[in-house]
Design a protein around this ligand. Structure first.
Ligand SMILES: [Cu+2]
Length: 255
């Protein structure tokens, strides 16, 4: 049967960490799978039965999510296909809920992996363009469809999420993920003065922000993830990381 042949081809060709799946469905209502999917081409053999442990990490559980990141799939007027955002910075140990929205008119994929594994996988896709995946590190979305993946980033390194449908990667459909060592992140102390959930902003009386070369003062920040606002109340002592993203000061991490 065709599905079986494709699975076998995948396992043979990608003898390392890409997991072939027996359920080549259209990816509707995709949810992160953990152990229920019985046909894993798992050949790394690190004895961690029940987990899809890959260089990029492993499927995460909903109750472990530390932040939600919205991802959009977009086709631009000049013919490019892109993900928004174009790059992400994470810390090892984070579990991320990727809330993915296909805002385009075409079908797209979100495949989370190393650049190298995605390149191998992409070569296979070119040979079997009709192939659709339902692996825990990927989701395929039809036009205007949404999906999500919960993923635990257990390792530091440079990774990416990409669309491996033939031609899409080349049209720009890949974004980088830098996963840093959690211990290497420097937090700044501050006190929350005001939270404005409506505008997605928080005012913080903060100590010196060394990474921004900014002295201690009171400033308004945006947040990288709206759920951060729920964790902050006026008067709270916090430790946070702020970065300048697209010319705006954004709280990217919160202890
Ligand atoms: Cu695509």
């Amino acid at each position: 049967m065709k599905t079986q042949l494709l699975s076998t081809a995948l396992i043979l060709a990608l003898a390392s960490s890409v997991h072939a799946s027996g359920s080549h469905t259209g990816g509707h209502g995709h949810e992160t799978k953990k152990t229920e999917d019985g046909s894993h081409g798992h050949s790394e053999g690190h004895g961690n039965a029940g987990h899809h442990k890959m260089a990029v990490g492993m499927p995460g559980m909903a109750d472990m999510v530390t932040r939600t990141i919205k991802i959009s799939m977009i086709e631009t007027d000049d013919g490019d296909m892109v993900f928004e955002p174009k790059s992400l910075e994470l810390k090892a140990g984070e579990t991320v809920r990727f809330a993915i929205q296909n805002k385009g008119e075409l079908e797209h994929e979100f495949v989370l992996d190393t650049v190298e594994e995605n390149a191998k996988h992409k070569a296979i896709m070119q040979e079997f363009p009709e192939m659709e995946h339902d692996d825990p590190n990927s989701v395929r979305l039809e036009e205007r469809q949404s999906g999500e993946i919960i993923w635990s980033f257990t390792n530091t390194g440079t990774f990416e999420f990409a669309c491996l449908i033939p031609g899409h990667y080349e049209s720009g459909m890949h974004s980088s993920i830098e996963v840093a060592d959690a211990a290497a992140v420097t937090y700044t102390k501050g006190v929350v003065k005001k939270v404005n959930a409506k505008s997605g902003k928080v005012t913080i009386i903060h100590e010196e922000l060394t990474n921004l070369a900014m002295p201690a003062m009171t400033m308004v920040f945006r947040v990288a993830d709206e759920t951060m606002l729920e964790k902050m109340n006026a008067g709270d002592n916090i430790e946070f990381v702020a970065k300048r993203l697209k010319g705006k000061l954004v709280v990217t991490d919160l202890k």
